[in-house]
Design a binder for this molecule. Structure first.
Ligand SMILES: [Zn+2]
Length: 590
């Protein structure tokens, strides 16, 4: 149940080969930047563009490999100081590379239209990386002149990003006073509160939630400052660039059009009545008039049986095989060649991830397996990521760069295959109900919770144009968004959600919400296709995954599925997948 990293670099955090690689990487990044600086002002030639593009991709692949290695080392042993130091070094190398890429962008822009277009489709051109390179050039041209962007970026470190970091300080200061299951009052950190907020005992859960809201209320003034400044900075910069919509940047980052987003939300909003029926029945099961905010993720019934690791592995491989032999083979290889760190022991970081080594052509999966149904889903989820990487392995590094909204396609799809089968395989009605409830909680999260975040954030940005919003105004805006997204189905709301949720304060990714729903529904739509077409779909599925880094989502869906994403029809079909679980849930729930 533990992984092998020695095949990547022998010797763990003391690896000499890895240290030498980082030295070499540092020199090559420096040489890449120098070459671009030396050429500044000269007319760019196709030959130069070709050389820089090749160098950039080689560095990018090596950086990914290095990032993955230190991510694995630090996760497997949080006390490994040498690993932490290596991780820091890699982050600095990545920052130096990002800085060099702005020079690369300038070179792309400096090349005349004719030179650039000629090179793009030529023999010595970027090949499969053409979309990525052309996209970089276009994005750079939509921004301010390079000197101004560089200044804005420098000022952002202590301004914009500084506000984002201040939020971390605020979270670190929070202290929550709440009783544990024995009734003893204790002080908890924000991280520790998660268990209490989802506790099976309603009294514990409710008290924890009251304390949660109250403490965020005490921090709300500071949070409001941070949020107002982050949004103000973005709006000012967007305005200078001549961008009128706050959604332009997040949509561009996710390679999608506004019409697609609107069609997706329309299908989500249509699904509300069905989800409300589920929420109301869940309330009955819990013996309540209606659910409060803190009841939505509450467990119903007892915990299901634990699944031994070997059984989970066999189950996953078997389920994958029914759909795609290729996917099953890759999963088998991951188990056999020790790509997975699943052991339940101390010193490991919480959570799970899958990270790829593009040069070795392998992946590694990190998680802590204790045999719960959700562990089995996580394992399938991460193996889905591994398969995504597997089908992209032979592509140029730039063509492997996919956006957040499609990043979870393969993982969610793998989860659907396994969890849907698990529901069908369950014979005990109580267990079946609990598994369905688990699935439907996810649907509520993507259809209602994320929807509320999006409504809140769009309206906040509109209002922010006219000035600062007070904490009270933000609470009112949040509660209004929640009432709308949940169709008024809950009793108690979470007005300080905007203060408690990290995602609103992440400065690297604006609107860190709709890509989640997109990813969930896009893979649900794929799953619906796979169910309808059977094994014949496997080949097309792999081809679609291969293209995730090479085109817009609209082109991806049109090329491989023959559907238009700005049409509600596809999203309806996708939403029907979780919605059918509601019918089963209602028929099973007494
Ligand atoms: Zn994932």
């Amino acid at each position: 149940m533990s992984w092998s990293l020695d095949k990547i670099y022998p010797g763990g955090s003391g690896s000499e080969a890895f240290a030498a690689e980082l030295d070499g990487l540092g020199r090559d990044i420096e040489a890449f930047a120098r070459s671009l600086r030396d050429a500044e002002g000269a007319a760019e030639t196709a030959d130069g563009l070709g050389r820089w593009t090749q160098a950039a991709q080689s560095i990018l692949a090596r950086l990914r490999e290095a990032e993955s290695f230190t991510a694995c080392l630090t996760a497997a042993d949080v006390r490994d100081r040498r690993a932490a130091a290596l991780d820091d070094r890699v982050k600095n190398l990545a920052a130096a590379f990002q800085a060099a890429l702005t020079l690369y962008d300038r070179a792309l822009g400096d090349a005349g239209e004719k030179t650039f277009d000629g090179w793009l489709s030529s023999e010595g051109g970027p090949g499969a990386a053409a979309f990525y390179v052309a996209e970089r050039r276009e994005r750079a041209q939509e921004k301010l002149p390079p000197e101004q962007e560089a200044l804005a970026g420098d000022l952002a470190v202590n301004g914009y990003h500084g506000w984002g970091e201040l939020y971390n300080t605020i979270v670190g200061r929070t202290r929550f006073l709440a009783a544990d299951e024995t009734g003893e009052m204790k002080t908890w950190s924000a991280g520790q509160m998660q268990n209490l907020l989802h506790h099976g005992d309603r009294g514990v859960r409710k008290a924890a939630f009251d304390s949660w809201e109250a403490e965020w209320g005490r921090q709300a003034d500071l949070c409001a400052d941070a949020l107002n400044r982050i949004a103000g900075f973005r709006l000012k910069l967007y305005g200078r660039r001549g961008w009128t919509s706050a959604l332009k940047e997040p949509l561009d980052m996710n390679r999608m059009r506004r019409e697609t987003l609107e069609a997706m939300w329309a299908a989500v909003d249509e699904s509300r009545p069905a989800l409300v029926r589920y929420l109301n029945r869940k309330a009955e099961l819990l013996g309540l008039e209606r659910l409060d905010w803190h009841d939505v993720d509450a467990p119903i019934g007892k915990a299901a049986r634990t699944v031994p690791y070997e059984e989970a592995a066999a189950f996953i491989v078997d389920r994958f095989r029914q759909f795609s032999p290729d996917m099953a083979d890759l999963a088998e290889r991951a188990f056999r060649e020790r790509w997975i760190e699943a052991e339940n022991r101390g010193g490991k970081r919480p959570g799970g991830f899958c990270t790829s080594f593009p040069i070795a052509g392998e992946t590694r999966i990190f998680m802590t397996y204790s045999g719960t149904a959700s562990n089995v889903s996580t394992l399938a989820h991460e193996l889905g990521h591994a398969y995504h990487q597997h089908v992209m392995n032979d592509l140029p590094a730039f063509a492997q760069e996919y956006a957040m909204n499609v990043a979870e396609t393969a993982s969610t799809f793998a989860e659907w295959i396994v969890s849907d089968s698990a529901v069908r395989a369950a014979t005990d009605p109580a267990e079946k109900l609990a598994l369905l409830d688990d699935q439907l909680q996810r649907a509520v999260a993507f259809f209602m919770n994320i929807r509320a975040r999006f409504l809140f954030e769009t309206r906040f940005y509109e209002r922010r144009r006219d000035g600062l919003l007070s904490a009270d105004e933000l609470c009112a805006l949040m509660e209004e968004a929640q009432r709308e997204a949940y169709a008024g189905a809950l009793g108690v709301w979470h007005p300080h959600f905007w203060a408690s949720k990290l995602h609103f304060y992440l400065t690297d990714v604006p609107f860190y919400n709709f890509p989640y729903t997109f990813g969930y529904l896009f893979s649900s739509g794929l799953y619906a296709r796979a169910m309808a077409e059977g094994a014949a779909f496997a080949g097309r599925y792999a081809e679609l995954l291969r293209d995730t880094g090479s085109m817009t989502v609209e082109d991806l869906a049109w090329k491989h599925l023959g559907v238009r994403l700005d049409d509600i029809a596809f999203w309806r079909e996708a939403a029907a997948v979780p919605l059918k679980d509601i019918d089963t849930f209602l028929s099973l729930a007494p």
